[in-house]
Ligand binder design. Sequence first.
Ligand SMILES: [Zn+2]
Length: 213
Amino acid sequence: MSIKIPIEISARHIHVSQKDFESLFGKGKTLTPKKELSQPGQYLAEERITIQGPRGTFENVAVLGPFRKNTQVELSITDTKKLGVPYIIRQSGDIAATPGCTLVNGEHTVDITDGVIVAKRHIHMTPREAMLLHVEDNDIVFVLTTSYERSLIYADVVVRVSPDFRLAMHVDTDEGNAFASDAEPFGVLLKLFDSKQYSMDKWVNEVLEGIKR
Ligand SMILES: [Zn+2]
């Protein structure tokens, strides 16, 4: 037995620190919740922020609350190319040595020196679901999806476990468009290897040598 994992596609968005937000919107100003998101406590804010890079600009980018310790801009690889910054695939919160950009709200601007990431695809789940699926926090798994004419298996999917999570796999717009997702896409978890971590390079080499696992 396994379970259906809903796949949610995240468009480009910003998690903002209180300090950067106040620099853009004014001292003492705070985020205005507009719509709740699937993960408990997370919401889409009324406020929007424009981001500028060396090559391009995205206007009115969605801001997600609540405030984070550090501002983090999450883009697809296609977006990073339009903005003109290198793409660095990272787990949320891991922003050391990532590119920066300029945040704009009207006349106000803030230059961030880092924080622009392409989010590593991941599954949020509760400890109970992790037990059911025989996985642990930070395991790397495969997810099999079906769709009309473009089914695929996602590799390099990181499992995130917390009692505060609700079961969902998060991919960006590039990854979402890579399979022709229907209205309510879902995936099932595949554990192709016994070990917690595996190497795709090793697997490719084994296939080339004719080794069947
Ligand atoms: Zn997520």
